[in-house]
Ligand binder design. Structure first.
Ligand SMILES: *[C@@H]1O[C@H](CO)[C@@H](O)[C@H](O)[C@H]1NC(C)=O
Ligand SMILES: *[C@@H]1O[C@H](CO)[C@@H](O)[C@H](O)[C@H]1NC(C)=O
Ligand SMILES: *[C@@H]1O[C@H](CO)[C@@H](O)[C@H](O)[C@H]1NC(C)=O
Ligand SMILES: *[C@@H]1O[C@H](CO)[C@@H](O)[C@H](O)[C@H]1NC(C)=O
Ligand SMILES: *[C@@H]1O[C@H](CO)[C@@H](O)[C@H](O)[C@H]1NC(C)=O
Ligand SMILES: *[C@@H]1O[C@H](CO)[C@@H](O)[C@H](O)[C@H]1NC(C)=O
Ligand SMILES: *[C@@H]1O[C@H](CO)[C@@H](O)[C@H](O)[C@H]1NC(C)=O
Ligand SMILES: *[C@@H]1O[C@H](CO)[C@@H](O)[C@H](O)[C@H]1NC(C)=O
Ligand SMILES: *[C@@H]1O[C@H](CO)[C@@H](O)[C@H](O)[C@H]1NC(C)=O
Length: 374
C-alpha cells in the first residue's frame, strides 16, 4: 500500500512538471477521439443543448479565469479532462458535437454533456427525481455517434480518419450524476445503491455497441469519490461524526462509488473477454482524486472542516457552497488561486485536478494503447 502511494506520488511530480503544454511529440496508432461522458469531458455541449444554454453558469465569469481568461462553456476555471487527454495523444483539435463544423479538419468529437446521466430521463422521471433540462443521457449520446457515422462525409482523408477502428473511444462518466441527483433529492443510500448495476449495465451496453461499430480501443474512467463533493457534503450534512472518513468525506456515499467501480471494472474485464482483440483500459479517478485531497488535507483539524473540500468559486456554509448562489451568480466570487483547490464550483473539479489525474492515469494507459514519444 505504502509503495503504491509513493509511486503515485512520483507520477504526480512528473505530471506536475510535464503538463499543460500541447504535446505533439507523441505518436499513437489511432488518429481520432470519441468521447462520451459528463462535465469532465464537455468542452462546450451543455450550453448548446437548449436555446437557454447561453444563460448557464459556464458562460459567465469567473468560469475560464485560469484558462483562457474568459468563459468557454467548460464547467471549470480552465481546461477539463479531455483537453489534457487530447494533448497527450497528439490529437489536440477536438470539437463539441453541437458546434462541429465539417469544413474544417479536426481530431475528435465530444458527445459528452455536463450534467448528463447514464440512465434515460424516464428512469428518473418515474422515481420523481429531476435532472438538468440539458441532460443528454448516454443512450442519446450514442444516437449522436450513430448519426455522426452515417452523416455525409465528402473528404476522403477526413472520412478515413473518423473510422471507429482508427480511433480511441473514451467513456468518462466519473461524476456519478445518476447517484448524486437522487441523493440530494432525498433518496436513501439503500435505494440509490440499487441503481448501481443498472448504471454499469448502461455503460457496458454502450461500449459493446461502439465495439460492434468498429472501435478497437476503449478507455473508461472510474467514478470519483462522490462522498467528497461539496454539493453532496452540503446536502447530506450530519452531526454524526462517524459518518465521515479521515478526509471528511461521507463514507456511505463513497462506498457506493467503490461498489460501482468494482462492478464496472469487473464488467469491463468480462467485456474484454467477449472481444479479446479489443484494448479496454481503465483510468482510475477514485484513487487519484482521493490522493489529491489527501495531499491538501491539513494534518491537524476537524474531519468535518477539511479546507480541501471547500469550493473555490462559491459562497456560504461549511463547504463554501450554496446551490442557490452558484458560481457565476452575482456577487459570488472565486478564490484567489484556483490551482490550490480541488473543487471549482461544488460539482466540478478545477483544471489543476484534471491536469494531475490525466498525468497520473493517462501516461500508463497511453503506453498500453501503443502511443510512443517521437
Ligand atoms: C506543436 O503544436 C503547437 C501548438 O499546436 C505548435 O505551435 C508547434 O509549432 C508544434 N510543434 C511541432 C514541433 O510541430
Ligand atoms: C465553418 O468553417 C468555415 C471555414 O472556416 C466558415 O467559413 C464557416 O462560416 C463555418 N460555419 C459555421 C456554421 O460556423
Ligand atoms: C433508454 O430508452 C431506450 C428507448 O427509449 C431503450 O431502448 C434503452 O434501453 C434505454 N436505456 C437505458 C440505459 O435505460
Ligand atoms: C447526403 O448526400 C446526398 C447526396 O448529396 C443527399 O441526397 C442526402 O440528403 C445527404 N444526407 C445527409 C444526411 O446530409
Ligand atoms: C481534405 O481534408 C484535408 C485535411 O484533412 C485537406 O488538406 C484537403 O485539402 C481536403 N480535401 C478536399 C478536397 O477538401
Ligand atoms: C446539528 O446540531 C446542531 C446543534 O445541536 C443543530 O442546530 C443542527 O440542526 C444539527 N444538524 C443536523 C443536520 O442534524
Ligand atoms: C454487478 O452487480 C450485479 C448486481 O449486484 C451483479 O449481478 C453482477 O454480477 C455484478 N457484476 C460484476 C461483474 O461484478
Ligand atoms: C451584490 O452586492 C452589491 C454590493 O454589496 C449589492 O448592492 C447587490 O444588491 C448585490 N447583488 C445581489 C444579487 O446580491
Ligand atoms: C495555475 O496553473 C496553471 C498551469 O496549470 C498556470 O498557467 C497558471 O498561471 C496558474 N495560476 C496561478 C494563479 O498561479
Amino acid at each position: 500500500m505504502k509503495s503504491i502511494k509513493i509511486i503515485a506520488f512520483l507520477l504526480l511530480i512528473v505530471a506536475g512538471t510535464a503538463s499543460a503544454q500541447p504535446r505533439n511529440n507523441t505518436k499513437c496508432p489511432f488518429q481520432f477521439l470519441y468521447h462520451f461522458g459528463d462535465a469532465i469531458s464537455d468542452t462546450g455541449n451543455s450550453i448548446r443543448v437548449l436555446p437557454s444554454g447561453p444563460l448557464l453558469p459556464p458562460t459567465r465569469s469567473p468560469y475560464g479565469v485560469t484558462f483562457p481568461g474568459s468563459p468557454t462553456g467548460r464547467w471549470s476555471d480552465g481546461r477539463v479532462d479531455v483537453d489534457y487527454v487530447a494533448d497527450a495523444v497528439g490529437l489536440p483539435n477536438i470539437v463539441p458535437y453541437l458546434s462541429m463544423n465539417d469544413s474544417r479538419s479536426y481530431d475528435g468529437i465530444i458527445f459528452s454533456v455536463a450534467g448528463s446521466t447514464t440512465l434515460n430521463a424516464s428512469f428518473f422521471e418515474s422515481r420523481g427525481i429531476s435532472v438538468p433540462p440539458y441532460n443528454i443521457p448516454l443512450d442519446t449520446q450514442l444516437n449522436w455517434f450513430r448519426s455522426y457515422l452515417q452523416s455525409n462525409c465528402t473528404n476522403q482523408t477526413e472520412c478515413a480518419k473518423r473510422q471507429p477502428s482508427n480511433s480511441a473511444v473514451l467513456f468518462e462518466f466519473s461524476e456519478l450524476n445518476d447517484i448524486g441527483y437522487a441523493l440530494v433529492q432525498g433518496k436513501s443510500i439503500q435505494e440509490v445503491t440499487n441503481y448501481v448495476p443498472l448504471l454499469v449495465e448502461a455503460q457496458i451496453n454502450a461500449a459493446r455497441e461502439v465495439i460492434k461499430l468498429g472501435a478497437t480501443r476503449v478507455v473508461y474512467t472510474t467514478a470519483a469519490p462522490l462522498g467528497c463533493y461539496p454539493y453532496i457534503l452540503t446536502a447530506l450534512t450530519t452531526n454524526d461524526t462517524s459518518a465521515y472518513d479521515g478526509l471528511g468525506c461521507l463514507r456511505a456515499v463513497n462506498n457506493i462509488a467503490v461498489k460501482f467501480n468494482s462492478n464496472l471494472t469487473a464488467s469491463f474485464l468480462a467485456l474484454k473477454a467477449e472481444f479479446p482483440s479489443v484494448n479496454i483500459l481503465p483510468a482510475d479517478y477514485y484513487a487519484t482524486v482521493r490522493l489529491l485531497i489527501t495531499l491538501k488535507t491539513p494534518i491537524i483539524g476537524s474531519r468535518r472542516r477539511n479546507p480541501a473540500l471547500r469550493t473555490c468559486c462559491g459562497v456560504g456554509g461549511r463547504y463554501n457552497y450554496d446551490s442557490n448562489r452558484f458560481c457565476g451568480s452575482p456577487n459570488v466570487t472565486a478564490c484567489s488561486n484556483p490551482n490550490n483547490s480541488i473543487y471549482w464550483d461544488g460539482l466540478h473539479f478545477t483544471q489543476q485536478v484534471y491536469n494531475r489525474v490525466i498525468g497520473i492515469q493517462v501516461l500508463p494507459a497511453l503506453l498500453l494503447l501503443g502511443c510512443r514519444p517521437i
